[in-house]
Design a protein around this ligand. Structure first.
Ligand code: GTP
Ligand code: MG
Length: 197
């Protein structure tokens, strides 16, 4: 699928103030600094659409982007960032929780995982919670350019084994590099299929 036009719509801290839930929507979630905002920029082919930073904790709101006037991409704050106050962290967690649980037009959530790390409890627990709530999700490995292709394959295999201990059926998984502009098509194809169904 080709993205012709991607536009910033608005930022909210409350899911109820987000755009009318009339178009299909896809959200990106994961630990702070995993590359959520960078991935949105890669998928849309617009380098500065979503704000990125080397410092974790950059994205602090629910950010809506509209694609070709027909669907939304949503950039969310990260979880598991220790350097903000507990009050701030609780606020983000509630914002993310409420958005993911109550946003009516959310079709699929992409959980981003840094391909360099072995499966982390915080991510596995987050996905378990999504599963329990019946929120559909798929996994996107990020920063593949930081490893050799063989290492990437090993990491993905190890992740699948770990997930297999918990899940009967594994979610879809994609390998990406925002740095090298790789892995864009399979993710967009998945979204296209959802949009058509
Ligand atoms: P928060 O909004 O703080 O939760 O972070 P985020 O998940 O949105 O991460 P962001 O896209 O801001 O990227 C964090 C850092 O990782 C930036 O310095 C990016 O340039 C870098 N980064 C993101 N994706 C990639 C990638 O595929 N490869 C490499 N090498 N660096 C990446
Ligand atoms: Mg971000």
């Amino acid at each position: 699928m080709k993205v012709q036009e991607a536009k910033y719509v608005m930022s909210n801290s409350d899911y109820e103030k987000c755009p009318e839930p009339t178009l299909p929507e896809y959200a990106f979630i994961g630990r702070s600094n995993v590359g959520k905002s960078s991935l949105i920029n890669m998928l849309t082919g617009k380098k500065a659409l979503a704000k990125t930073s080397q410092q974790p904790g950059k994205t602090q709101m629910i950010n809506h982007f509209i694609i070709d006037d027909t669907w939304y991409l949503v950039d969310l704050p990260g979880y598991g960032y220790a350097k903000v106050s507990k009050v701030e962290r609780d606020k983000w967690e509630k914002m993310i929780h409420d958005y993911l649980h109550y946003r009516e037009n959310l079709i699929c959530t992409f959980v981003l995982v840094d391909v360099r790390h072995s499966a982390m409890a915080v991510d596995l627990e987050f996905m378990a919670a999504l599963g329990e709530a019946g929120i559909p999700f798929e996994i996107i490995f990020t920063k593949a350019d930081k490893l050799k292709p063989g290492q990437v394959a090993n990491q993905v295999e190890a992740y699948k084994r770990k997930m297999g201990e918990i899940w009967e059926e594994l979610p879809e998984m994609y390998v990406t590099s925002a740095e090298k502009n790789e892995g864009r098509e399979p993710v967009l194809a998945a979204i296209e299929t959802y949009n058509q169904s």
